[in-house]
Ligand binder design. Structure first.
Ligand code: SF4
Ligand code: SF4
Length: 382
């Protein structure tokens, strides 16, 4: 298991971020894998057209330093992502502009304009043996995963492992929720995608993260750190700890643990600084997956699994519209992969039998009006 570099960074000032970005990258062995003329694809988190101070997307100041370091090595650098929705030049230009990424062209970075997709077969996968992939990444010699630390309605946390879901063309993403409706299967799908994409290093922007109704409608929360590692899953376990979650609270970490990719606890991971120095005790997370704890409690046998299934259903959060904030734009209805939403009197009504709790409606509501609501049992336990 590789070292996880974690350093304090309290602001997005040029000087501080430059110093810290250099330090975390040096700590994990530097950029010696870059050869002159090589094409490096940097997979950012550009999930929405949001200004950098909203803490929704990877901050451009950090990306600027990475671009400079890569250019100094003689690399061609391409920045990109495929958020949910249309994957075309009009959409992406708007997102690049809003997220402050367009300005990085002045440093010599290219913004991805190749919106082609390719059919992939991946026989080694656990569940994702065939899929469509955003082709620009296949044309790069190496990929760097540069994500943002946020709470996430469906997955507990959005960090390195989840970020690579943006390698799937945006408009087809809801289908994957339908293809893998079980949260453990969905997590296995994400891990397969991580294994296929094989980022050479992963970096986390955790200077200011997002808490609450993440990954797009939460609130910025100061965390004060930048992390880097060759091992995205070990780094995700560190990040989960920082925001008050453990392995059981993040299904992708559970999947990584089942595959033997991470240890039982964060104490077994080698870090450059003690993780406890970075813990944010009042970080507002959505602990939606505590049911998995029951499976551990009862062991991996059939009773534990049956209990997990029932408890999982009863404990899992669900989307709920805030009628005051909703503007009746129908975006949630259009994106819902299960066709579980109908509009009644200009408000979305969710068919609970059909809903697969993918939280696409929450993630893509432009007004943040679709919330993550804890189940009655979870509220009772709390
Ligand atoms: S996407 Fe949001 S604002 Fe639009 S109808 Fe749905 S809940 Fe309301
Ligand atoms: S209602 Fe929301 S959470 Fe339920 S299936 Fe539709 S998009 Fe997913």
């Amino acid at each position: 298991m590789s070292l996880v570099a974690i350093e304090s960074c309290r602001s997005y000032s040029f000087e501080e971020t430059q110093l810290v970005m250099k330090k975390v990258i040096e700590d994990i062995g530097g950029l010696d894998f870059v050869e002159p003329g090589m094409t490096v694809g940097v997979k950012l988190n550009l999930v929405a057209a949001a200004k950098p101070d909203k803490a929704t997307t990877t901050h451009p100041q950090l990306v600027a330093h990475l671009v400079t370091m890569l250019k100094e090595k003689g690399a061609r650098v391409i920045l990109g992502d495929s958020p949910g929705g249309l994957y075309n030049d009009a959409t992406m230009t708007h997102i690049y502009n809003q997220c402050g990424i367009t300005a990085l062209e002045e440093l010599g970075a290219e913004l991805n304009r190749d919106y082609s997709v390719e059919d992939v077969t991946f026989p080694e996968a656990t569940v994702l043996k065939s899929f469509q992939y955003t082709a620009w990444l296949s044309k790069c010699d190496v990929v760097i995963n540069f994500c943002k630390l946020k709470s996430h309605g469906m997955m507990g946390m959005s960090c390195a492992a989840k970020n690579m879901f943006g390698t799937i063309p945006g408009i087809t993403k809801p289908q994957y929720h339908y293809r893998f409706p079980d949260i453990n299967q969905f997590s296995d799908m994400l891990l397969d995608l991580d294994a296929y994409s094989k980022p050479i290093i992963s970096i986390v922007d955790a200077v200011v993260g997002m808490e609450g109704n993440g990954p797009t409608a939460g609130k910025p929360k100061a965390i004060g750190a930048i992390l880097a590692s060759k091992d995205m899953h070990a780094m995700d376990l560190v990040c989960a700890n920082i925001i008050g979650l453990d392995r059981e609270g993040v299904p992708t970490l559970q999947a990584a643990y089942r595959r033997g990719l991470i240890p039982d606890s964060v104490e077994s991971i080698e870090t450059t600084n003690p993780v406890e120095n970075f813990v944010v005790p009042d970080f507002d997370t959505l602990k939606t997956h505590s049911s998995l704890l029951f499976s551990d409690t009862f062991g991996g046998g059939s009773f534990g699994k049956a209990f997990e299934k029932i408890a999982g259903k009863l404990l899992r959060a669900q989307p709920k519209v805030n009628k005051v904030e909703c503007v009746g734009c129908k975006k949630c209805k259009e994106i819902c992969p299960a066709s579980a939403i109908t509009m009644v009197d200009k408000l979305p009504v969710i068919d609970r039998e059909k809903c697969i709790k993918c939280f696409c409606c929450q993630e893509f509501c432009p007004k943040g009006a679709m919330k993550v609501s804890k189940s009655w049992l979870m509220k009772l336990i709390k």
